[in-house]
Design a protein around this ligand. Structure first.
Ligand code: ADP
Ligand code: ZN
Ligand code: ZN
Length: 739
């Protein structure tokens, strides 16, 4: 403490300004803090402009450019000790700098929203429902005629007899809940946390006996220090079992485990598998939670009460008392990168966090990203491979269908229809994949060639026939479906091309004896729709499941033996430099849904370009060899992961303003450019016009991450100062996933 007793604190506030602010800590507030010592990571209330704001202390007594008598006092101090451990807080600051995001905004992104608002960091009470004594001793036959009520009882039982109300309302109607309440089988309670497990035993169910290849991988994992493992295993090879056993070990050392997955609602099986295996308190962190639940989950991880935390991207910011292991499943999934605001990569932060905490991190995938493969080629990650499915379930057979040579109905070739028919007749399931929702991607005038375009985007409107609407999938503009061409007044309008809705209609007509179920973002919006889908899929009865990439997301279908990829061409034609990597991953993942049970599977891929090198490579040699080819190509083209890449984006309703802004960014960059750096642009973004704004990018590549960082830091603040107009939105995206 300086001699005059003055304590200055540097504060980050949630604002887009790339700077911090100095304040004084007045005498009377010191007693509110442990040891009277303000520390980074404590929240304070400050006057900012004419408002009062919650801020975070990022440093103390650093000296200030402003004379002490001119510094304002802090209004109040909220926390008596830092809300996240200091090592973690330093990681957050590091991440804000690395991703070139304004510090305050980035730091506030890492906190649950109640803490952002200044609420105290103590657990809130949350409505729950629990089984009554009558309910927990219920005989199976009592609710035989009320399967939905029985399902709710089972659901509560799976959660140690007590579940948050919001989790129930997500899945069950309030009528069912009330019926059970009236029967005296369940009752409401207010509690602040999920009750801890009843026994000391870590496992609820014994772990499986690992097969040879699993054992080799498991033996290689050292739980006592930092190491990054890339666990590459084909779908069904037993990766999840390795996660479970690694977690078990961490728990035995009295450590906690963090598991990140791309999407929770689509993978209820994953959560169930963790809950069924372990007897320890586990919390999930996902977007469907209430603010109170999220805060409580966060606090339980921090206090060490919760032993296992399962969450999506943002769970990487969760504080822990004793974190012992991080697992990131489907590590190639683009959803680990936040695409707006604080554009962090949860995968890359997971590795950095593990390194800083000196714990292992396991990145798992059947189709690892080129970044991770490169890291393992370079020896930065230890590469573990599972190349066989467990229980000798066979890997599926691929078949290419050349659409040029067959007659096609509604996007489906005759030979494909025959294969579907055979599969259904054998009482097995078919999965039909098409990455385009809606009925048809184009509304076309047969007389004059007019097509329905979105006025705000460089994009066509998609026909959604069941809803009678035309919808833009980029800005969500909607209008009623029209029946007359606005250009020539003809009524000869055609819905051209296929979306999942049309495929569903067609298949249902064609195979009317079997259920056809569609799964995409439209069909799953209705409450309970996903559950109904999973119920049918899991029942194993012959049916057709039609859907978008949701179907590729890790669900285990026992009885699917045929997977049909309707249109492989769309992914081959995209100009994005990652498109072939994505295509290879998606096709392999979808194909992995086939034949996971005892039956062997087949994959039919329809294409107009059967000789395309990506398809050729994928089918004849597999994802791994394709990935190696693509890596070689990236190296020759001086692209990531062989170059560090960042883009500065600008968008404006007036394209000229965005171009001028990026030209300035380019001039500023040129002043600092060294031989390692290369600039490209301003260029139009892949979709130049979106939501009424014209979008441009300046691309910066470098052989050295360090010099790229230095450059970005040097141009960010002059750019900020030069943004005099609010007519431009701009941002920096480090390690972008999309251009
Ligand atoms: P992945 O995560 O790689 O897709 P899973 O861990 O889900 O693979 O394993 C696929 C199936 O094989 C699951 O039903 C799982 O219970 C089973 N399984 C995994 N490991 C073993 C094992 N060692 N012995 C028996 N069954 C196993
Ligand atoms: Zn027309
Ligand atoms: Zn639009």
């Amino acid at each position: 403490m300086p001699q005059n007793g003055l304590i200055t604190v540097r504060i980050a506030v949630p604002s887009p300004l790339r700077r911090t602010f100095d304040y004084k800590l007045p005498e009377h507030l010191r007693s509110k803090i442990d040891d009277q010592k303000p520390l980074p990571g404590m929240r304070v209330k400050v006057e900012f402009g004419r408002r009062s704001l919650i801020g975070l202390i990022v440093a103390t007594n650093q000296g200030s450019e402003i004379a002490p008598e001119k510094l304002k006092d802090i209004i109040d101090i909220i926390d008596s000790s830092p809300i996240v451990p200091s090592a973690l807080f330093e990681l957050f600051i590091w991440a804000a700098n690395y991703y070139q995001h304004p510090l305050g905004e980035a730091l506030f992104t890492t906190l649950p929203s109640l803490l952002r608002k200044g609420e105290p960091a103590i657990p809130a009470c949350i409505p729950h429902w629990k089984l009554t004594e009558l309910g927990s001793n219920l005989e199976a036959k009592v609710l035989k005629r009320a399967p939905k009520q029985q399902a709710l009882i089972d659901f509560i039982q799976q959660h140690s007899d007590c579940v948050a109300e919001s989790e129930i309302t997500a899945l069950f109607s309030s009528t069912i809940r009330n019926q059970l309440k009236e029967k005296g089988l369940i009752e409401p309670v207010l509690i602040e946390k999920t009750p801890p497990a009843a026994s000391d035993e870590i496992l609820k169910q014994p772990s499986l006996q690992l097969d040879n290849q699993q054992q080799v991988a498991m033996n290689a994992i050292d739980l006592h220090s930092f190491n990054s493992y890339l666990l590459e295993g084909v779908t069904g090879s037993g990766k999840t079992e390795i996660y479970l056993q690694a977690i078990e070990q961490a728990l035995r050392y009295e450590r906690q485990a963090l598991i990140l997955i791309p999407e929770i609602s689509l993978t209820p099986q994953t959560e169930k598998r963790f809950r069924n295996r372990f007897n320890v308190p586990m919390v999930t962190i996902h977007s469907g939670m209430t603010d109170n639940q999220r805060l409580n989950a966060w606090l339980q991880a921090k206090s060490g009460q919760a032993k296992i935390i399962l969450g999506t991207r943002s769970a990487i910011f969760t504080p822990f008392k004793a974190l012992g292991l991080i697992i990131l499943d489907e590590e190639h999934d683009p959803s680990y990168k936040q695409q707006d605001g604080f554009r962090y990569s949860a995968r890359d932060l997971a590795v950095i966090r593990a390194q800083r905490e000196n714990i292992p991190v396991i990145l798992g995938s059947a189709t690892p990203s080129l970044e991770s493969l490169n890291n393992s080629n370079k020896g930065r990650y230890q590469h573990l491979t599972l190349d066989k499915r467990v229980n000798s379930a066979t890997t599926p057979d691929w078949k290419l269908v050349d659409l040029k040579t067959e007659s096609i109905q509604c996007g489906i070739a005759d030979s494909t229809l025959t294969a579907i028919k055979k599969t259904l007749e054998a009482q097995q399931q078919v999965l039909v994949f098409l990455n385009r929702r809606g009925f048809a991607p184009t509304l076309l005038c047969h007389q004059c060639g007019w097509t329905a375009q979105c006025l705000s985007c460089d994009s066509k409107l998609t026909v959604h026939r069941a809803r009678g609407r035309l919808i833009c999938h980029h800005c969500d503009y909607q209008q009623r479906q029209i029946h007359q061409c606005p250009s020539c007044k003809s009524s000869d309008l055609i819905a051209a091309g296929e979306g999942t809705e049309r495929s569903e209609d067609f298949l249902q007509q064609r195979f009317s004896d079997y259920p056809v179920i569609r799964v995409d973002r439209d069909s799953t919006r209705k409450k309970g729709a996903l559950e109904a889908f999973f119920a049918t899929a899991d029942s194993g009865k012959a049916c057709i499941l039609v859907g978008t990439q949701i179907l590729a997301k890790g669900h285990h279908f026992e009885n699917v033996t045929l997977v049909v990829i309707l249109d492989a061409d769309s992914g081959l034609m995209s100009p994005d430099f990652r498109s072939h990597e994505r295509m290879g991953q998606l096709l392999t993942q979808v194909a992995g849904r086939s034949g996971r049970g005892k039956l062997s599977g087949q994959v039919i891929v329809q294409t107009h370009q059967p000789e395309h090198p990506v398809l050729d490579q994928l089918f004849n040699e597999g994802y791994r060899q394709l990935a190696q080819k693509l890596l070689n190509h990236r190296q020759l083209s001086l692209l990531p992961p062989f170059r560090a890449l960042a883009v500065i984006r600008a968008e404006s309703a007036n394209p000229q303003l965005a171009i001028e802004f990026l030209s300035l960014a380019r001039r500023l960059s040129e002043q600092h450019t060294t031989s390692e750096l290369a600039l490209l642009g301003p260029l139009p973004a892949l979709m130049e016009k979106r939501s009424g704004r014209y979008r441009f990018i300046l691309q910066i590549t470098s052989t050295s991450r360090g010099s790229l960082q230095t450059l970005l830091t040097q141009v960010a603040s002059p750019l900020e100062k030069n943004t005099k107009t609010n007519k431009i939105r701009w941002s920096i995206d480090v390690d972008p996933q999309e251009l």
